[in-house]
Structures are given as C-alpha cells and as structure tokens.
Design a protein around this ligand. Structure first.
Ligand code: PFF
Length: 442
C-alpha cells in the first residue's frame, strides 16, 4: 500500500471540500427543484434541513475521516466497528450512480461553452437545450467530461485541482452577483422575488411531506454528503484544525452560492414568461442561455459563465471518482492509473441511458439522492450518535475548544433528531419514488 498523501497546504482541505460541495448541485439542481416545488416553500424546507440535518452529518463525516485516516469503507475497520462498513459501500454505490449522470450534465456544460462561442443558442434556447440534453452527441460529450475527470484523478490529489478550485469559487460568486444585479433590473424581478423569497404558508403546510424528500436529497447532494467524499477528504487532515469551523465554512459558502443562483435564475425565468418548474432539468440552461443571447457581449459572458460552471462541476465530479478510486487503491494492489481508467469507464457505461433520455436521469437522480443518500446520512448519524459517541466527541474536540463544548449536543442531535427526521424523509421518499416509477414506466 502506498503511503498516505496529505494536503499540500493548510488551506488545501477547505478549498477541495468547498470545491466538491459547490457544483452543478448549486447552480443547476437547486434552482430547478425550487422551481418545481413552489419556490419559497422549498427554499424554507431546504434551509431548515441544511441546518438540522446537513451540518450534523457533515460533522459526522469529518470526524469519521480524520479519526480513522482511512477511506470510507476501511474507516469503520480502523474505528473498531467493522459491522458498519456497509455504509461505505452504500456511499460508493450512490457515488457511481451520481457520477454516471453528473458527467452527462457536465457534458451539457461543455456544449453550452461551445454554444456560447458559436452563438448556438441565440435563435432558440429551448430547442438548443433539447438538442444538447439527449442523444448520441450527449453521450459523446459525457465521455469527454468523464475523460477529463479521470485524467485529473489519475494525477493524484495534489495536482492541479486545488489551484483550479481556488480560482473557481470566488469567480463563481462574482459572476453570480453580477448576474443577480442585472436580473434585479428586469421586468420580472419583483414577481420572481416574491415567488422565490416569500413562502406561501398554506402551500408549505399542505405540501410539506412531498417537499421533504427533494429538499433533504438536495441538502445532502449539495454538501457532498452520504457518499464518503467528506470522510475521504478529512482522512488526509491533521489534528490541529477545527472541524467545526471548517464545516461552517463549507455550509455557508455552499448555501450562499445556491441561494445566489436562485436570485439569478428566477428573474430571468419570470421575465421570459417561463413558468418556473415547467423547464424541469433544463430550466437553468434554457433561461440563462436566453438571457445571455440578449445581453450585450452575451456570448462572452455566457462563455465565461459556463466555463466557471464547468470547473465547478469538475471539482465536484473529481471528488466522487476520487472516493471510489481511493478505496480501490487503499484496499488492493491495483495502481492509481489503471484503477481510475476501469472505474471511470464503468461509470460512463452506467450513465449512457441518462444521456439518451431525461426520464432515466430523473430515475437515477431521485434514487441516489432521495433514497441512498438519505439512508447513508441516517446511518452515519446513528453511528456517531449511538455507536461511536465517545470517540466522536473526542475527535470533534480535537483542535477546537468550541468543538469540545458543542460535542455533547451534536452527539445528542445525531442520536435522536437526525435519524427521526431522516426516517420520516426516507419513508416519503420511497413512497414518492414508487409513484414516480409507476407514472414513468407503467
Ligand atoms: N456537491 C456537488 C454539487 O452540488 O454539485 C455534487 C456532489 C459531489 C454530490 C460529491 C456528491 C458528492 F459526493
């Protein structure tokens, strides 16, 4: 077994973790789910879940990773609880499924970069989207995206990616702020803000349980939780850092970027007269492309925007592949490069249906997020709350006096609140998924 690498710089961990968290989840998935589920009502449930469930589970992953210094499957052996290893396996399965379609959407982004430069979406942004999102071209660009991700993973954790993420996160924030400011000047802005920001309480209470699974799945997806990414990243971490502080950075930056994306997308949608939710997975791409088409120097702004989105997607996709590859190289004699090639090729093949038909994309997406990630998060939480509580408390206290004082509350929340909330969520998630299967395939 090769000796374990560690982060090249102190800030390396936080940059990579934020790089993993910030991605298509914030800018593509969050706005379209919000649009489908009634706007502000979704936002409220999502924000609540990030705080009540997302943050404790993020801490659980960081604690498990740093304490064990292992990949998500080996971690449970190292902590003396081998029976819990299957959580790591569950996470790896979720990772395979998520990356298989994540790279498809990554391929869309590449096509949008090209489309910005060539003016491809100027005439009809809706037709352009449908062209981009399904078919053998889509498969080809999925392949290109996957090949780039595999190339980066094959080079190892220290190379290239930290630098890319360092530029990407501030650039994404600046671009979104500029676009949100422009959006504020549009005719549809005030209707958009009331849709996005002022929750209709009657709608919220009436639809709470149908919003819950999507909002919880999104909270996990956007924070890169439930798949062992954060376990893996924290396994390379020294004892001197405060996990509490680091988790705070990750949650705040990630949530702020998603929120900003909503402030950009909804004014554009309302101004163009597109019903929020009607565009489904295409909402963001269609509305932004139409907006760029009208802007002065829009092709340039569009290209810059989609390049940033592409980098954001790469740093996230990288983290998923890295988990699976690090597991294989830690536990077998296989070298990094061949392991990467075989795993990436398999994931590509698994994802082909989602590049040919958006229904499959939904099928994979809902299953991985609303079921597997929720289940994984619930089990992780039970693990730190009930099975490994003393070790977990000790690890959170390491390098952080504040962590030490929060630790008992965190363990209690992990033992009781998180599992109860996620069990309810999982129930509704499964019921809804069965309904979705029936509607789509019967
Ligand atoms: N958090 C990423 C995003 O919001 O785009 C997606 C993601 C990355 C999900 C890594 C899961 C994961 F393990």
């Amino acid at each position: 077994m090769a000796s374990r690498e560690s982060w090249a710089t102190r800030i390396g961990f936080i940059i990579a973790a934020v790089g993993s968290a910030v991605g298509l989840g914030n800018i593509w998935r969050f706005p379209f789910l919000t649009g489908e589920a009634g706007g502000a009502a979704f936002l409220v449930v999502y924000l609540g879940l990030v705080a009540v469930v997302g943050l404790p589970v993020l801490l659980a992953e960081l604690v498990i990773g740093r304490r064990s210094k292992r990949n998500p499957i080996g971690a449970f052996d190292a902590l003396g609880k081998p029976a819990w290893k299957f959580i790591g396996g569950l996470g790896a399965l979720a990772g395979l499924i998520i990356l298989s379609y994540y790279s498809v959407v990554g391929g869309w982004v590449i096509q949008y970069i090209i489309g910005s430069l060539t003016g491809g979406y100027v005439a009809d942004s809706e037709a352009f989207f449908l062209d981009v999102a399904m078919g053998w071209d889509t498969v080809a660009f999925d392949f290109v995206f996957m090949a780039i991700v595999a190339g980066i993973v094959a080079l190892g954790i220290r190379n290239g990616l930290e630098r890319a993420a360092k530029v990407m996160v501030p650039s994404v924030i600046v671009l979104l702020v500029v676009l949100a400011a422009y959006g504020a000047t549009l005719d549809g802005a005030s209707a958009a803000y009331s849709y996005y920001l002022s929750p209709d309480m009657e709608y919220l209470t009436g639809n709470f349980f149908s919003i819950l699974p999507d909002a919880a799945g999104q909270a996990f997806f956007t924070l890169s939780l439930g798949m062992g990414v954060m376990i893996t990243y924290a396994s390379y971490l020294g004892e001197d850092r405060s996990l509490l502080k680091d988790s705070g950075y990750i949650v705040v930056i990630d949530t702020a970027i998603a929120f900003l994306a909503g402030l950009v997308v909804f004014p554009f949608l309302f101004t163009q007269g597109i019903e929020p939710g009607s565009g489904g997975a295409g909402a963001v791409f269609i509305s932004l492309a139409a907006a760029f088409a009208e802007l002065p120097a829009g092709n340039l702004i569009g290209a810059v925007f989609f390049i940033m989105l592409g980098i954001a997607a790469l740093t996230s996709a990288f983290s998923i592949l890295e988990v699976v590859v690090s597991f294989v190289i830690d536990s077998t004699d296989i070298e990094r490069t061949p392991a990467t090639i075989v795993i990436a090729a398999s994931i590509f093949v698994i994802g082909i249906p989602t590049a040919l038909d958006l229904t499959y994309l939904d099928l994979y997406d809902k299953f991985a997020n609303n079921i597997l990630l929720i289940l994984g998060g619930m089990l992780l939480s039970i693990f730190v709350g009930l099975v490994y509580a003393d070790g977990a408390k000790a690890e959170l206290s390491e390098g952080s006096p504040l962590g030490a004082s929060i630790a008992p509350i965190w363990v209690l929340v992990s033992a009781v609140v998180v599992p109860v909330v996620l069990a309810i969520t999982l129930y509704f998630g499964v019921v809804e998924y069965i309904e979705f299967l029936r509607e789509s395939f019967l």
